[in-house]
Design a protein around this ligand. Structure first.
Ligand code: ATP
Ligand code: MG
Length: 551
């Protein structure tokens, strides 16, 4: 981040710090789903700036709606933030910690004749609210006396009304050009057990009534939120102006991250899960942080991506290839190399006896010696990939193996294919080759061998299954088509399972969380959960080596 010029929010902070202001930020997720890549932008912004300017950043669960929230989400969100490498200030905060204070402030507004209990139905309230072009209309309950309002609000709190029968509203202005100022709802009745406060409350504050006051209670200085809250800023300030709060936070808006070929909305992601298009919040095809982590995406790649896209005030769709680019960049440096054969074809070395073993050493990273080396065993039975052999050389450019041709086996010798066995369909099922023992680590003296293919030794190799993930949607903006549900754009090939593959013996001890580059195939990591469940080695493809979506 430091090499880049400061974005507009950073400039605001720099200016305020010059005036000796404190810097205290917060990240306020609602625990109604897992965090996604859009949240990563907000996390990097808030925790990142607090870190950079020696300020603080709170983690606050905005838990004002018990109907949609769960303890499991609270835990997942914490571990995702930690995984990104950030630390929150002090203990975790909850909006529900402040329910009592918020309730007292609601009573305060009633006392000031600035709030009233409305018994109109939700539909009536909506109709009377007016539109952008029509002013709203006062509710008949707007004239209640302060004393009556006190009684009615108490009745709301003590369970005297049914759900939806009454709400508490601010008394502002039903003709205000900003719809949020037309007597917004402060409290509604919900008879549901809350994950933190259990059955203590049956009235819950609205987002608008809670958010700014929570910021004030925590001494937040800059409250960053996404653009759709621009129209709420007036209301945010109105509450702070009319309540005896002890500090004065300021709200600033920035553009949310929209990413092509994916969705950044918890509600829509939840729909994909509920309707079983994916296996759950940690499905590696989802843009959730837990999904990306399980897929093998390093946190560093996400941070790099967030820094790359910057922070602006204008809405746009970021090309997912930028995320993929940073994943490849980081993995190219970080991933140890290994060999795996996706579609094995048996290859017999005819000038090596049964039981003869040659020990070879292979570097774990071609550009970085600190990764060390590993042992590979070379015997007379190997596997190469079916795609690396053609019976006849198909064209001049073909550098891989063919009958009568030569190729180098990665980290090993040059081999020459002199015979093969075919099945009844005429497909090769075994190749017979000789190896040239003078070609280890050097070219043959008398000829050029250009092609290099990967291989594994048959005896020591492990069986493995590969889960090849691709983009979840085939369309750039799946949720931006009127009248077409986004599920119509799902990519039927977003998961292809390849069983019967072979990986080199060192991968028997593949470490969970480590992403390997399977040479010439892509980046893969062990799926610990699935491997345990299905009692076999299962590797998730984090990403292919090259972008296959460029046209
Ligand atoms: P969703 O629409 O996916 O439910 P949300 O905004 O309702 O997202 P919250 O849990 O309220 O989710 O979000 C926590 C914080 O993350 C908020 O400050 C919000 O502005 C920010 N945030 C959410 N989505 C994005 C996004 N796509 N890009 C940047 N920041 C985001
Ligand atoms: Mg929300």
């Amino acid at each position: 981040m430091s090499e880049k010029s400061a974005h507009f929010l950073e400039q605001i902070i720099q200016k305020d710090l010059l005036k000796n202001q404190r810097l205290h930020l917060r990240f306020p997720p609602e625990p109604n789903g897992y965090l996604h890549i859009g949240h990563a932008k907000s996390i990097c912004l808030n925790f990142g700036l607090a870190e950079k300017y020696a300020g603080q950043c709170n983690l606050r669960f905005d838990d004002t709606n018990p109907l949609k929230e769960e303890q499991a989400y609270i835990e997942a969100i914490q571990s995702d933030i930690k995984w990104l490498g950030y630390h929150w200030h002090d203990e975790i905060k909850y909006a529900s910690n402040y329910f009592k204070q918020l309730y007292q402030w609601a009573c305060y507004l009633i006392d000031q004749n600035l709030a009233y209990v409305d018994e109109l139905s939700a539909d009536q309230i909506r109709i009377k609210r007016g539109t952008l072009t029509e002013i709203g209309e006062n509710s008949p309950f707007r004239q209640r006396s302060i004393a009556d309002n006190k009684v009615c609000f108490e009745k709301m709190k003590s369970g005297g009304y049914a759900e939806g029968q009454a709400v508490l509203r601010a008394k502002i202005d039903m003709t205000h050009p900003n719809l949020n100022m037309r007597d917004p709802i402060l409290y509604r009745i919900i008879y549901a057990s809350h994950h933190q406060t259990l059955d203590e409350w049956c009235i819950y504050p609205s987002y608008d009534f809670a958010h700014g006051q929570e910021d004030a209670i925590e001494g937040i200085t800059h409250s960053f939120c996404t653009l759709e809250f621009s129209d709420h800023r007036l209301l945010y300030d109105w509450f702070l102006d009319h309540l005896p709060v002890s500090s004065r936070p300021k709200q600033y808006e920035f553009a949310p991250l929209n990413l092509s070929y994916t969705l950044t909305s918890k509600r829509k992601l939840k729909q994909l899960i509920d309707e079983k298009y994916v296996t759950g919040w940690t499905d590696p095809r989802l843009p959730t942080l837990s999904g990306l982590r399980r897929r093998g995406v390093p946190p560093e790649a996400i941070k790099r991506f967030c820094s790359m896209i910057g922070v602006t005030k204008s809405d746009s769709v970021v090309d997912v290839s930028m995320l993929e680019f940073s994943i490849r960049e980081v993995l190219n440096q970080e991933a140890p190399r290994a060999m795996a054969v996706m579609y094995p074809l048996k290859l017999t070395i005819t000038n090596l006896d049964d039981g003869e073993k040659i020990q070879l050493k292979a570097p774990n990273h071609p550009q970085n010696d600190t990764f060390g080396t590993r042992n590979l065993c070379f015997t007379n039975t190997l596997y190469i990939d079916q795609a690396d052999f053609k019976i006849e050389k198909p064209n001049k450019k073909w550098k891989r193996l063919y009958l009568g041709g030569e190729v180098r086996l990665r980290n090993s010798y040059v081999i020459h294919c002199h015979d093969m066995k075919l099945n009844e369909n005429g497909e090769p099922i075994e190749l017979f080759c000789t190896y040239d023992q003078n070609t280890l680590g050097k070219d043959p003296v008398d000829r050029k061998v250009k092609g290099v293919i990967h291989w594994v030794e048959a005896d020591s190799a492990c069986d493995a299954t590969f889960y090849l993930y691709d983009r979840l949607f085939q369309n750039e903006t799946p949720d931006m088509h009127a009248n077409i549900p986004f599920t119509d754009f799902l990519n039927p090939k977003s998961l292809v399972i390849v069983a019967g593959s072979k990986v080199e013996s060192s991968l028997k001890q593949a470490l969970p969380g480590v992403v390997y580059q399977f040479e010439r195939e892509g980046y893969f990591c062990l799926d610990e959960t699935l491997s345990k469940q299905k009692k076999q080695l299962i590797f998730n493809r984090t990403i292919a080596l090259k972008d296959t979506w460029v046209q």
